[in-house]
Design a protein around this ligand. Sequence first.
Ligand SMILES: Nc1ccccc1-c1cnco1
Length: 238
Amino acid sequence: MRIDVLTVLPGLFDCFLKEGVIGKAISSGKVEVKVHNIRDFTTDKHRVVDDVPYGGGPGMVLKPEPIFRAYDELTKEGEKPYVLLTEPWGEKFNQEMAVELSKKPRLMIICGRYEGVDERVKSLVDREVSIGDYVLTGGELPAMVIMDAVLRLIPGVLGNLESLRADSFSDRGLLGYPNYTRPAEFRGMKVPEVLLSGHHKKIESWRKEQSLRKTLERRPEIIENLKRKGLLTKEELE
Ligand SMILES: Nc1ccccc1-c1cnco1
């Protein structure tokens, strides 16, 4: 997969693209992520990327020209990207959307700014995406959240060990089961006996039961959604 990111703050992506699972996926060539400074696609001396809103009002709006110039330049060759715009009022991002996006060969993520992007930019956009109902200063962190969730789903990115954990459970958006490691008792708090039993079938069913119980308690709408889609097995429903 290739992802092109358009942003006025490219420096925010430096650590994200170097560290951890994402950093390894990029350095190994499994995925390609290019961050572009919208300012590099301006033509005026002052490299202006935003302007005051027509009709008045607070803040500044990202101008259309530099973004269109970037889009035209970056889509001259190769497959046309599926274009996302990070927006406070976009469609809510979730695991289902992450799975759908992970199947696209090429993405472009245009990072919005709080005051907004010129409406005409949306003629380039396939999906306006929000990561939640809260106010951020810009769309760069949402872009990183989206890339993290999507890139980990690309085959080979998680490597062998971790991919075993990426089972249909977490990828159905169910909450995870409780995790423990040594010591078996810490400050009077013991690890559940079943996890020390070495009985893999019992451990697996305990974990499934814990995950379903936690999801039902904290996020019942996820269970309802999976039920409606027939994505819960008969025993999971019991
Ligand atoms: N608050 C924001 C400001 C600018 C661009 C995106 C966002 C956003 C995206 N998801 C939640 O917020």
